[in-house]
Design a protein around this ligand. Structure first.
Ligand code: CMP
Length: 230
């Protein structure tokens, strides 16, 4: 009974989508659920890592802190996404700090169990490698934009990526996206909060976007304009 309950719990994750009941039960036997509050640090860069984490609920930010104390956000990860695999795969310390940006629930799996799961289930290994490839592509794009684009270009690309990943097209010609804070956007595109606020206000004045609470409405024509300019 317990095992059945656990199997259906794990089946919801895309990472485990190809597994049969027996395989899911073996994951359930080694996985634990951990909860964290908003702003809790899940782990710090440079720590030794021994656990793989899959997000059930909530969101985390993957960050690096510069020697001057400036935060650089490498990525925001949400439900169904995972982190903490790198230190387990390359036996090096944690590559970044991971912080809960809202209350979160994680499924955690210890190193040896995780490595055994990868060895026994190619569908999972393939998905982990696919995600690592996607993250490497994103990092390459980020390096390219930092080296070749001004801040306006980087903000335009940020909105294009956000619209592509999580935008909801509306019938009135806008795409709705959930807006990270101006400070988070600044930390993602390598500029100051003041610059992000000024650029967003310029875009609002030109009617290219509207901001309402935590939602930004991007005009589809603005996204076309951004695309053409990049
Ligand atoms: P690990 O190095 O074990 O601990 C930090 C985790 O942050 C890392 O595993 C990855 O899961 C995640 N991470 C590190 N760099 C990036 C990145 N550029 N984009 C997304 N996630 C990352």
């Amino acid at each position: 009974m317990d095992t059945l309950l656990h199997s259906s719990f794990f089946r919801k994750f895309d990472l485990f989508a190809e597994l049969d009941d027996r395989e899911l039960a073996s994951i359930a036997a080694v996985a634990k659920v951990r909860r964290y509050a908003k702003d809790d640090v899940i782990f710090h860069a440079d720590e030794t890592g021994d656990v793989f984490c899959l997000i059930k609920e909530g969101q985390v930010k993957v960050t690096m802190i510069s020697p001057e104390g400036k935060e650089i956000i490498l990525s925001m990860l949400g439900p169904g996404e995972f982190f903490g695999e790198m230190a387990l795969l390359d036996d090096a310390p944690r590559s970044a700090t991971v912080v809960a940006t809202e209350p979160i629930e994680l499924v955690t799996i210890y190193r040896n169990d995780f490595l055994q799961i990868l060895q026994e289930n190619f569908s999972i290994t393939r998905k982990v490698l696919g995600e690592l490839s996607k993250r490497l592509r994103n990092a390459s794009n980020r390096i390219e934009s930092l080296a070749t684009m001004d801040v306006y270009g980087r903000l335009a690309r940020f909105f294009l990526d956000l619209a592509k990943e999580s935008g909801k097209p509306l019938e009135n010609g806008y795409v709705a996206v959930t807006r990270p804070t101006h400070q988070s956007i600044a930390n993602m595109i390598g500029t100051s909060r003041e610059t992000v606020s000024r650029l967003i206000h310029d875009l609002m004045r030109q009617n290219l976007l509207l901001s309402e609470g935590k939602t930004i409405y991007l005009r589809k024509s603005a996204l076309d304009q951004f695309r053409a300019e990049l």
